[in-house]
Design a protein around this ligand. Structure first.
Ligand code: NAD
Length: 486
């Protein structure tokens, strides 16, 4: 007899785990096998969660920032105490290496709570005086109500907590919907909420697909605010569905991020960082570099060294400490990423390493997993879909440039505007180029250095609004201007 036990998740509504009648299969990307059943929630489950959040709102909104901060810090401590279990679960659910989850995802999820617990204590509102009119003006801020929070599968707990933490710190209650592909760590976090001191109904988590559960949340009349991280295509649907209700929206979307490498760059540092910025987390980070523009005088040298370094970026079973990358999130996503490499080949580009060039050997139990080697492409035109569309996998393109104005124009020549990196030792040029790039974030001589106080988000099709310290405070509160005549 062979019996397989699957992990079965429940929704978390009003402080209780509530079973759902229908479920979706969730796969372990490292083996390609179903290992978990995720609730397939719809309007009914979402309505129950919104009701619980509405009931909890007045009580939670009336607590002081210091009381809320204490609860957030308690949750951070609990996440830290269970860090290893969370890291293992995130890796199994998403395909990323355990070491990435251990060093990046879970510590950052805990830090999101600590950061907003602290920052909510320090915000001030505005005041102005009009002596000629005997008036003084000031602003007050109050929580918006029930916040709808929708997150993607690439950094599951990290991005979900980046929304939950500021929302509840500022006195809102929430209904969160994680990606149906990576729901496990959110469900695990629900097991800690009561112990942390969250009153029932303050944080509710409803699991399910975008078109069912996500859509029900976006179109619920009693959810006045939606914070969404995901693809530009989904953001469009969310804008349409929420338009009749004039909802407050924060949209953190895709990117097609350039790296610009000038001839005076520190090449060694640039190459090791750009390999990391192109391939970390299997290239499944919205901030990953996917177009590398290299000044022509150093182009041949850069390409040779970059391909060598990309070959050293190890891919394999997520639990092995020596591996830099694990598996991609799903078979559908793997096929999509591969299709861009096939298109590049069909267009006459050169594929230097990775997909179709190098071979990956896996243990027998992992051959059904969704692995792909870091792939470097050159000889591709800027107008190709490979250079225009977000691939969101371990694929990056390298191309030469001659002039500063030229590379700024080419970097900006996509519909996205999320992040960019500039490599040069010339301080004047770094400032000049950074100012002209159409990107919400520009890193020079580094990548993904984040101060959570500062705005995070994209321009153009990469998003609307910014999140981070003061921006999150503003987004998750309503402001009112009060004028007093004395
Ligand atoms: P996605 O848009 O397919 O899904 C994101 C979330 O939206 C999921 O929870 C999904 O279930 C839900 N959803 C899907 N359709 C919906 C609908 N009609 N109504 C409501 N919700 C719906 O994105 P994904 O594939 O999970 O994530 C990858 C994308 O996320 C990439 O484009 C990536 O660049 C982007 N991303 C952006 C950032 C950022 O901060 N800018 C960070 C990480 C990922």
């Amino acid at each position: 007899l062979s019996v397989t036990y699957l992990l079965v998740l429940d929704n978390y509504i009003g402080g209780e785990f509530v079973p759902c009648a229908k479920h979706i299969d969730s796969y372990d990307p490292s083996t390609g096998e179903v290992y978990c059943k995720v609730p397939d929630s719809g309007p009914e489950e979402v309505a129950a969660a919104v009701n619980a959040a509405k009931e909890a709102f007045p009580g939670w909104a009336a607590t002081s920032p210091a009381e809320r901060a204490q609860v957030l810090n308690n949750l951070a401590s609990l996440l830290e105490a269970h860090q290893e279990e969370f890291a293992q679960a995130e890796s199994k659910d998403q395909g990323k290496t355990i070491s990435f989850a251990r060093n990046v995802d879970i510590p950052r999820a805990a830090y999101n709570f600590r950061f907003f617990a602290s920052s909510v204590l320090h915000h001030t509102t505005e005041c102005s005086q009009m002596d000629n009119l005997d008036c003084v003006n000031y602003t007050v801020r109050s929580p918006v109500g029930v916040a709808g929070l929708i997150s993607p599968w690439n950094l599951p707990l990290y991005l979900l907590t980046w929304k939950i933490a500021p929302a509840v710190a500022t006195g809102n209650t929430v209904v969160a919907k994680p990606s149906e592909m990576t729901s496990v760590t959110a469900w695990m976090m629900c097991q800690l909420l009561e112990k942390a001191g969250f009153p029932a109904g303050v944080v509710n988590v409803v699991f399910g697909t975008g078109p069912q559960a996500g859509d029900a949340l976006v179109s619920h009349p009693d959810v006045p605010l939606i914070s969404f991280t995901g693809s530009t295509a989904t953001a469009r649907a969310i804008m349409e569905r929420s338009a009749p209700y004039c909802k407050k929206l924060s949209l953190e979307l895709g990117g097609k991020n350039p790296a610009i490498v000038f001839a005076d760059a520190d090449l060694e540092q640039c190459i090791s960082t750009t390999v990391r910025s192109s391939f970390s987390n299997q290239g499944e980070i919205c901030l990953c570099t996917s177009r590398i523009f290299v000044e022509r005088t150093i182009y041949p040298q850069f390409l040779t060294k970059f391909v060598e370094a990309a070959r050293q970026w190890k891919t394999g079973v997520p639990s092995e400490a020596a591996n830099n990358n694990g598996a991609l999130v799903s078979i559908q996503h793997l096929e999509k990423v591969r299709s861009y490499v096939a298109l590049a080949r069909a267009e006459g580009a050169q594929v230097h390493c990775g997909e179709g060039v190098d071979k990956l050997t896996l243990p027998p139990q992992n051959v059904g997993g969704y692995y792909m080697l870091p792939t470097v492409i050159s000889g591709i035109t800027d107008s190709s879909p490979v250079m225009q569309e977000e691939i969101f996998g371990p694929v990056t393109c390298v191309t030469p440039f001659d002039l500063e104005e030229e590379v700024i124009g080419r970097s900006n020549g996509v519909r996205y505007g999320l992040a960019a990196t500039v490599w040069s030792r010339d301080v004047g040029r770094v400032h000049r180029v950074a100012r002209q790039l159409q990107a919400g974030l520009v890193w020079t001589n580094c990548w993904l250095v984040r101060d959570l106080n500062l705005p995070f988000g994209g321009m153009k099709c990469s998003g609307i609004g910014r999140e981070g310290g003061r921006d999150s405070y503003h987004f998750f509160t309503e402001v009112k201007t009060i004028t007093i005549k004395h």
